[in-house]
Design a protein around this ligand. Structure first.
Ligand code: CA
Length: 696
C-alpha cells in the first residue's frame, strides 16, 4: 500500500470518529503527495482550484448527467456576511474550511454544515478603503495540520486546523506607509512553503510573491514582479531585465508600478515550478506611468519561478506595456494535451484582455492565442507571441471605448478544464467602459473628477467621457483549447457570474449573477438542473465525497468590484454556503428581497443649491463612484445607490460621512478628506441626479 493511501485511510477513519476533534489529525495527513493524489481520488478538494494542476475537475461521477436532476439541498450555512463572497471551500475528510468577507474563516462538518470553529482576524474596517474590489477573500490553504489564510490587511495567518487557534501571523506588506497592499487570494502550499501575493495595483503597490515556512512563518524567498529597491538585483537577475523596460522618469516611481500577484499562483509538481499571473501596471495609463519605455516587465505577464528558491525562469508578457488594467491574474490551468499529434505540457489562461492563451509550460513559448470574445485593442498575436495593437487603443489622442474593459473579458472567477471533453469552461463577460487620457494627472493627489483619487486610486484616466456603445453581457463559453474555438455557449442576464467546476459525471456547475446555481451537460451545454440560491453568485463551486456520498457546494454572496454598485437580481440574501446531494430534502433558506430592507424609491423633496451640482459631481467621482455607482442610474448592488437615500440621511450627510458613522461597514474615513461644504455639494449632485432620473 502506498504511503498516501495509508494516510488517506487513516485520516478517513479518524474523521468518522469525530469530525471536530479529528480536524487536526486529518489535515496533518495533507501534504504534497495527498494534494496531488486528490486530483485522481476526488474525495477531498484540497486547494482553492483543486489539486496542483488547478483544473477544477473532479473525478467523482456519482452525480452525473442521468441523475443530476434529483439534486437537492443537503444543508446550508449562514456566513453572517453582507459583502461579496468569492471563496471556494476546501474539504479535508469531512471537514470544510471556507472564508467569508473580511477574511473570516469558518470550519464546518462537511456532512451537516455544523460549525466546528470560526476565526475572525478582526481586520480594521479602515482597510475597506484599500480594497479596490470589495472586502472579499477567495479561500484557505490546508497543509500538515494547519489552515492558512491571507487577510485583507495584508497578514498571512497560520491556524491550528483542529481548533482555529493562531499558530503564527506575519506581515506580508513591506512598507505600510507607502503601499496599500491587501490580500484577497488563496495561499498555495508545497514543499513546506506557503506562498502568497497581494492586490493593490489600483492604488499604490509594488508586486511580489512571498514564500514562508509552514511551521514557523519565516520568509523563505520573495520575488518582485517590477523593479523595486527592496529587491536585490544581485540575487535576482530578473530585476535587471525588468529595469530596462521602465522609464526612470515615469510616475510609477511614486506609486510602485503595480504588477501585483493577487490571484493566480500555481505549483507545477511535474516540473517543480511556480507559475504566477502578474497584475496591471500602475498608474493604469502608461503615458503617465512610463512614457518613454515600452514593455514594463513583468506587468500583465505569466512568469515561471523555481519553486524552491523563487528564481526567475521565464516569462510571457500577455499585454506588453499594459494600458487597460489587463491583469494577467486569471486562473492558470495546467494540462497535458495532444496538439498536432504531439503531447504538450500546457498552461492555459483566459486572459482579461479577451485572448485564450495556450503556453508550453516547459519554456513559456506561446503555442496559440485566440480571442474568445470581441476585442478592439489588438488584432491577434504575431509569430513572436506579441499582440498586434490597434492604433488609438491607448486613448492618447482621443477617448477610446476599450473592449474588453478593465472589468475583463474574464476576471478572477475561475474557469475549469475537463480532460474527458477536452473543453475549458470560461465565465466570460463584457462591461462597457471608455477611457480618456488625463494629461494633468498627479500621483497620490485628490483631484476632483478623477475616479476615486481622494481614496488613493491612481488611474491617470478619465472614464466614460464618451458613452460606451457596447452592451454588457455574461456568457459561459465551452472552449476547445487545441482548436482554439468555441464549442457552445450559454448567455446570462448580465455580467459578473460565478466561476466553474466540471466533473467526470460529464457536468459543468456554475452559479449566476441572477441568483441561480446550474448543472450543464459538459458536452452540449444543455441545462440539466438548476435551483435558486437567494443572491447573485460570484464564487465557484466545488465537490467532495464523505461516507461514500458525493456533495456539491457553492458559496453565495453578491459583491466584488462589479457587484458593489450594480446587481442583476432583486434577491439579496446574506452570504451563505449551499451544499447539495442526490435526493437532498433540506428546505431552501428564506430569501430576502432587495426592497425588504432598502429603499427602492428615488429621493425627492430635499432642497439643494443648483450651483453645487457641478462641483458635487466632480467630488462624487473622486470619492464615491466605484462603491456607490452613479446616483439613480441603477438601484445599487451590495452597497446602496445614494439616489435612493432616506431624506433624513441625505440631509445629515456631512455629519454622517465626516463622523465616520459608516466606518464599521468598511466606508473610508472622510474626516480629513472632505469638508462639510464638500459633502453638501456631493449631496446636491445626488439629489439632482435623483430629480432628473427617469422614474422607474
Ligand atoms: Ca487590476
Amino acid at each position: 500500500m502506498k504511503i498516501e493511501a495509508i494516510r488517506a485511510v487513516a485520516s478517513r477513519t479518524l474523521a468518522v470518529v469525530v469530525a471536530g476533534a479529528a480536524a487536526n489529525g486529518v489535515t496533518r495527513g495533507v501534504d504534497d503527495r495527498l494534494i496531488l493524489a486528490s486530483e485522481r481520488d476526488g474525495d477531498n478538494w484540497l486547494s482553492y482550484n483543486s489539486g496542483y494542476h488547478e483544473q477544477r475537475y473532479s473525478p467523482l461521477a456519482q452525480i452525473n448527467r442521468e441523475n443530476v436532476a434529483t439534486l437537492g439541498l443537503a444543508w446550508s450555512y449562514d456566513l453572517a456576511a453582507d459583502r461579496g463572497v468569492e471563496a471556494t471551500p476546501v474539504v479535508v475528510d469531512g471537514v470544510m474550511y471556507v472564508t467569508a468577507p473580511w477574511s473570516v474563516v469558518h470550519a464546518l462538518d462537511a456532512r451537516s454544515g455544523h460549525e466546528l470553529w470560526t476565526y475572525d482576524p478582526e481586520v480594521p474596517r479602515s482597510y475597506g478603503a484599500w480594497a479596490c474590489c470589495d472586502v472579499v477573500n477567495r479561500g484557505v490553504a490546508v497543509y500538515k495540520g494547519k489552515v492558512f489564510v491571507g487577510t485583507l490587511d495584508g497578514y498571512l495567518v497560520a491556524l491550528d486546523a483542529g481548533t482555529g487557534k493562531v499558530l503564527w501571523r506575519v506581515d506580508t506588506n513591506i512598507d505600510r506607509t507607502k503601499y496599500k497592499h491587501t490580500i484577497t487570494g488563496a495561499p498555495r502550499v508545497y514543499h513546506d512553503h506557503v506562498v502568497i501575493g497581494h492586490g493593490g495595483a489600483e492604488l499604490s503597490a509594488v508586486g511580489y510573491v512571498s514564500a514562508y515556512n509552514v511551521d514557523t512563518g519565516a520568509l523563505q524567498w520573495r520575488w518582485f514582479s517590477v523593479p523595486s529597491s527592496a529587491a536585490s538585483s544581485d540575487s535576482d537577475p530578473s530585476q535587471r531585465l525588468a529595469a530596462r523596460t521602465w522609464d526612470p522618469k515615469g510616475r510609477w516611481t511614486q506609486v510602485g508600478g503595480g504588477g501585483t500577484i493577487w490571484d493566480a499562483i500555481a505549483y507545477d509538481p511535474d516540473l517543480n515550478r511556480l507559475y504566477v499571473g502578474v497584475g496591471n501596471g500602475l498608474p493604469w495609463n502608461q503615458a503617465a506611468r512610463s512614457p518613454a519605455a515600452k514593455d514594463n516587465l513583468f506587468v500583465a505577464s505569466i512568469v515561471a519561478l523555481d519553486a524552491d528558491h523563487g528564481r526567475y525562469l521565464w516569462h510571457f508578457q500577455v499585454t506588453p506595456g499594459d494600458a487597460w488594467d489587463y491583469d494577467a491574474a486569471q486562473h492558470l490551468v495546467q494540462a497535458d494535451v495532444s496538439i498536432q499529434g504531439r503531447a504538450r505540457k500546457v498552461l492555459m489562461q483566459a486572459n482579461k484582455n479577451g485572448y485564450f492563451l495556450v503556453l508550453d509550460r516547459t519554456d513559456g513559448k506561446l503555442i496559440s492565442a485566440r480571442n474568445f470574445v470581441d476585442v478592439n485593442w489588438a488584432r491577434g498575436y504575431d509569430a513572436h507571441g506579441r499582440p498586434i495593437e490597434v492604433k488609438g487603443a491607448r486613448a492618447r489622442e482621443k477617448p477610446w471605448e476599450i473592449i474588453p474593459s478593465p472589468y475583463g473579458a474574464h476576471n478572477w472567477q475561475p474557469m475549469s478544464f475537463n480532460p474527458n471533453t477536452g473543453l475549458v469552461y470560461i465565465p466570460a463577460q463584457g462591461v462597457p467602459l471608455a477611457i480618456a487620457d488625463d494629461p494633468d494627472y498627479v500621483p497620490e493627489r485628490n483631484q476632483p473628477g478623477r475616479p476615486m483619487s481622494n481614496i488613493g486610486w491612481n488611474l491617470g484616466y478619465f472614464l466614460n467621457t464618451i458613452s460606451p456603445k457596447a452592451k454588457p453581457f455574461g456568457r459561459l463559453i465551452a472552449w476547445d483549447p487545441v482548436a482554439q474555438k468555441e464549442i457552445w455557449h450559454r448567455d446570462y442576464a448580465g455580467p459578473w457570474n460565478g466561476g466553474t467546476m466540471t466533473t467526470a459525471g460529464n457536468l459543468v456547475f456554475q452559479g449566476s449573477a441572477d441568483g441561480r446555481f446550474m448543472a450543464y451537460d459538459a458536452s452540449s451545454g444543455r441545462t440539466l438542473w438548476q435551483t435558486e440560491v437567494g443572491s447573485g453568485v460570484i464564487a465557484a463551486p466545488m465537490t467532495y465525497r464523505v461516507d461514500g456520498e458525493q456533495y456539491v457546494s457553492i458559496a453565495v454572496g453578491w459583491g466584488g468590484v462589479f457587484g458593489l454598485a450594480e446587481r442583476i437580481t432583486d434577491r439579496l440574501s446574506p452570504g451563505r454556503i449551499y451544499t447539495f446531494k442526490l435526493g437532498g430534502r433540506a428546505p431552501l433558506p428564506p430569501v430576502r428581497n432587495f426592497g425588504d430592507f432598502r429603499r427602492t424609491t428615488l429621493i425627492s423633496g430635499v432642497p439643494y443649491k443648483v450651483e453645487d451640482v457641478g462641483p458635487g459631481a466632480q467630488l462624487y467621482v473622486a470619492n464615491c463612484l466605484f462603491c456607490h455607482g452613479v446616483p439613480a442610474v441603477n438601484r445599487g448592488g451590495a452597497l446602496p445607490n445614494l439616489g435612493y437615500s432616506d431624506p433624513q440621511v441625505i440631509q445629515a450627510l456631512p455629519e454622517l460621512v465626516r463622523s465616520g458613522a459608516f466606518m464599521a461597514k468598511g466606508m473610508p474615513e472622510f474626516h480629513d478628506r472632505l469638508s462639510d461644504d464638500d459633502v453638501q455639494k456631493i449631496a446636491a449632485f445626488i439629489l439632482d441626479m435623483a430629480k432628473n432620473a427617469p422614474r422607474q
